[in-house]
Design a protein around this ligand. Structure first.
Ligand SMILES: NC(=O)c1ccc[n+]([C@@H]2O[C@H](COP(=O)([O-])OP(=O)(O)OC[C@H]3O[C@@H](n4cnc5c(N)ncnc54)[C@H](O)[C@@H]3O)[C@@H](O)[C@H]2O)c1
Length: 429
């Protein structure tokens, strides 16, 4: 039985779903991809050839897949944020277990309705909170859970989103306008970080939150004088502006390939000329960074109160020189702090006999995996398979019932931000 792979159907064969599905190519005894639902015929065919299943198992939508008898153990749902609820419910009703991308819902109401469906049908659902599986955060969790740091009284976290990542996702890209994407930046980008905070604090629970944030930088009134509307088409500053699409994308075509050159995805042997033409022909990533339709904040601060009286703070800051996630956990016996991208943290223990008053230990995890999200993507897929096979939840397990505290804190933080920072109560289901 141990050698029988879990079978899964991809729903939404985009950038993320194939990362998890690729696990089947490395571990065919654990996971087998047996079908796809996606309206994009080229993505359907690409997945069919890559994972090797029959045309009869290619569907144009989640609804079409849900209309036929269940033929696999699970679904890998990698549709866009606002589609997660609608695409998941009919498949959960059909009995599929699910690996579901974050955010698993885009509102508290959707979240509660999704939980009701899962409780009724008894599905195993895990959320793609990949950071819990990165060696850095897992090692911190183990330190906290061991009691070494004592009772946790405060967690300080920050996520700095680089200027080119901010451009790609939250100014020029798919998550820039919440009327279209139905998500906020905190939900789309940093639900991972708030999830990590809630997970580290377990069994403590968040009870209230307040938050402020706004668009600071990329808005029309801040545009340099004389700026055009499309960088390589009508802007005289195309070679001097540090945010010009020419500098961010054309001169670094490998950096954000799947987003900036989405219209060329299926073109073999893409050339620089193809990319130049794409920018001339309405590619949204060529828009002036100050003159887009972005309405999501570019920075937001969140203050969380926990039932024990402990507090957590989180700063999301977009537009930084480099991407960085920082964390500092303070307990009654000691503290742990580090930078995720460095894959290393320091533990400082109170030691009143020592001349300095403390004892430091450096924990260096650079030997551990460094693939997507610090190795988190593959580790999460492996744990999903284990969870389906055994029903047992690991210390990282992102089963939906363990992921609610983070998501609900985000929904309530955004409610607080909309109310100018007013304290909002968190009532966990
Ligand atoms: N876990 C992470 O770290 C992480 C990182 C980035 C993105 N994400 C999340 O992953 C999700 C997917 O992002 P992406 O960039 O891969 O998106 P994508 O646009 O590349 O893929 C979505 C796919 O869904 C398909 N689709 C649309 N409607 C469908 C339907 N009714 N039924 C089936 N398929 C349908 C689209 O054709 C597309 O191929 C998003 O929710 C995003 O927030 C997660």
């Amino acid at each position: 039985m141990a050698n029988t792979p879990i079978t899964a159907v991809i729903v939404g064969g985009g950038h993320r779903a194939v990362i998890y599905a690729d696990y089947s190519l490395k571990h065919p005894d654990e996971l087998k991809i047996v079908g796809i639902a996606d309206p994009d015929p080229e993505r359907r065919e690409m997945c069919r050839l890559k994972y090797g299943f029959d045309k009869a198992h290619c569907f144009e939508s989640a609804a079409e897949l849900a209309a036929v008898p269940r033929f696999a153990d699970a679904v890998i749902n990698g549709t866009m944020d606002h589609q997660h609820y609608d695409t998941s419910v009919p498949l959960l009703e059909k009995g599929y277990d699910m690996l579901l991308e974050k955010p698993f819902a885009v509102s508290e109401d959707e979240m509660r309705r999704l939980l009701d469906v899962i409780r009724k049908n008894g599905n195993k659902v895990m959320i793609c909170h990949v950071l819990r599986y990165a060696p850095f955060y897992l090692a911190l969790k183990q330190r906290v859970a061991s009691g070494q740091l004592g009772d946790i009284l405060n967690i300080q976290m920050a996520e700095h989103v680089s200027y080119h990542h901010l451009s790609t996702s939250y100014v020029r890209g798919k998550w820039a306008n919440s009327d279209k994407s139905k998500t906020t930046m905190l939900l789309a980008k940093s639900c991972h970080d708030i999830d990590v905070m809630a997970w580290l604090m377990q069994p403590d629970k968040p009870v209230s939150v307040s938050s402020v944030g706004s668009i600071f930088q990329f808005k029309p009134e801040n545009a340099p004088e004389g700026a055009g509307t499309r960088c390589t088409v009508d802007c005289p500053l195309v070679d001097s502006c540090r945010y010009s699409a020419k500098k961010i994308y054309l001169e670094h075509p490998d950096r954000w390939t799947c987003y900036a050159w989405a219209d060329l995805e299926h073109k073999k042997d893409q050339t620089e000329q193809d990319r130049i033409e794409s920018f001339k022909n309405g590619n949204p990533y060529n828009r002036c960074m100050y003159k887009c339709d972005n309405n999501v904040v570019d920075h937001q601060s969140v203050l969380v109160n926990f039932r024990s009286g402990a507090t957590g703070t989180f700063n999301m800051v977009g537009g930084s020189a480099k991407s960085m996630r920082k964390i500092h956990i303070v307990g009654t016996l000691g503290e742990a702090y580090g930078v995720f991208e460095e894959n290393r943290f320091t533990v400082s223990m109170i030691e009143s006999d020592a001349p300095s008053g403390y004892r430091d230990e450096i924990v260096d995890l650079n030997e551990a995996g460094s693939e997507g999200h610090g190795g988190g993507d593959d580790n999460l897929t492996a744990d999903f398979i284990r969870y389906l096979r055994t029903g047992e939840q690991s210390v990282s397990c992102t089963a939906i019932e363990n992921s609610v505290a983070g998501h609900l804190t985000v929904f309530k933080a955004d409610e607080s931000r909309e109310k100018g920072g007013q304290l909002v109560t968190i009532d966990l289901p």
